[in-house]
Design a binder for this molecule. Structure first.
Ligand code: ZN
Length: 417
């Protein structure tokens, strides 16, 4: 506990009050400017805010200190122990295999049709089905809630008070997978030992670890065929329009992968490429190798290179995310770490539990949750994130399980050669 508090105090006390005030003001003003700039597709209006975000981040890096690159200091605030070197290693290992896989998927003649997922879905039925899923996988509804919000999130006030939100849209998977994603965050929070409640040891240890759990339940569990062998009958009963859609068609539709312009709508294959673009730009802006004025061109060139698409405008390009308007630099790569770590953990889980597909098909999620609880959730913030990696995985972050498993999964869905 002393170690965790000392780290937080160190970060807080190394930064002068005036700088914190400046960042808070930028965040307030920057958000308004960003909303307008995105709406009017006006990067020039946003440019001074982004320049200030970079300037403040550079000064934060100097105050916090770093050995190698200013990115080390700013990203350590969100993912303790991560650094430019750590993220470079992660992205170097996925850049080519993912770019290749995306191109193969795009070229496949066997594209799933997901038009039937959009419709006039009853809100009450969406809510009831989401609750059924949460209950089924083991989210404790006596120690948490599910409500609605424009953007899904998870927040908690204690281990026994964990609140999730989801949203009910015309696109049915939005509520289903949004609920599963947030429940993953929520079960991680609910899993801390009760005796640590309201101490710095309670709760997820870092953003990357947190995202590994939301992604596990959303993608590895929730987008598996075994999961839907168990739940699809219930889904069809709740939404009679799906009665004529068979399980295979549904499974392929909810796993549709295609390069799109918008990160928050990206699938599990393309998502990390969206993040890589942002990471490379952040790194370049921080060390001065990319000028803020060059961001739109640098962004578009990378979307073309990695995803094979070029944003038609900055609103759907470099202006799409809220993060840079509020001084947040160094945060994005934790999303990719979560995607990669989720598969690394799953491989270990499967080695211990055996046939996870049989468990999921039978609706028996308890052994899966129990494994994650023992290995991850009950550890709370007891070990720093990099040490937890060593303890649970016996080594550092490894993208190999992620790459191998998504290639196998999408080769089957898209009938790749
Ligand atoms: Zn999340």
């Amino acid at each position: 506990m002393v170690r965790v508090v000392r780290r937080n105090m160190d970060i807080e006390t190394k930064l002068p009050q005036a700088l914190i005030e400046e960042r808070a003001k930028l965040s307030a003003v920057g958000h308004e400017v960003w909303v307008k700039a995105r709406k009017e597709n006006d990067f020039k209006a946003f440019e001074p805010i982004l320049a200030q975000t970079v300037d403040i981040s550079q000064r934060i890096a100097e105050y916090l200190g770093y050995e190698d690159h200013p990115y080390d200091a700013v990203t350590d605030q969100f993912e303790q122990g991560a650094s430019r070197k750590f993220w470079d290693g992660m992205f170097d290992s996925i850049r080519q295999p993912l770019t290749d896989l995306v191109a193969e998927i795009k070229a496949s003649p066997n594209q799933p049709d997901d038009a039937f997922l959009t419709g006039n879905w009853d809100e009450g039925a969406q809510r009831a089905f989401s609750m059924k899923l949460l209950d089924g996988i083991g989210f404790r509804l006596d120690r948490g809630r599910l409500d609605t919000a424009p953007h899904p999130f998870c927040t908690n006030f204690a281990i026994g008070d964990v609140r999730l939100t989801t949203r009910f849209l015309d696109y049915l998977p939005s509520a289903v997978f949004g609920s599963l994603h947030e429940a993953g965050h929520g079960m991680y929070e609910q899993g801390s030992p009760d005796e640590w409640d309201r101490t710095p040891l309670a709760g997820g240890v870092s953003l990357g670890w947190h995202e590994s759990q939301s992604r596990t339940w959303e993608n590895i569990v929730g987008r598996s065929k075994a999961f839907w062998r168990h739940f699809y009958g219930d889904l069809q009963a709740a939404f009679p329009a799906l009665a004529s859609v068979d399980l295979d068609t549904f499974y392929r539709a909810v796993n549709r992968s295609q390069p799109t312009l918008i990160r928050v709508e990206a699938d599990e294959v393309t998502y990390n490429l969206h993040i890589m673009v942002r990471y490379e730009l952040e790194k370049g802006m921080l060390d001065g190798s990319i000028k803020v004025s060059e961001v739109p061109d640098a962004w578009n060139a990378r979307y073309e290179e990695y995803l094979g698409i070029t944003p038609p405008n900055d609103a759907n390009g470099c202006l799409q995310d809220v993060h840079w308007s509020g001084g947040l630099l160094g945060y994005f790569p934790t999303y990719s770490m979560g995607n990669i770590l989720s598969y690394q953990l799953w491989e270990l889980l499967e080695a211990d539990l055996g046939d996870t597909e049989a468990l999921m098909e039978a609706g028996n999620f308890a052994p899966i949750l129990e494994w994650l609880q023992v290995k991850v959730y009950r550890q709370g913030s007891k070990y720093p994130p990099q040490e937890l990696l060593q303890r649970v995985c016996g080594g550092g972050l490894d993208a190999e399980p992620y790459l191998r498993r998504i290639r196998a999964k999408y080769s089957e869905i898209y009938e790749l050669g």
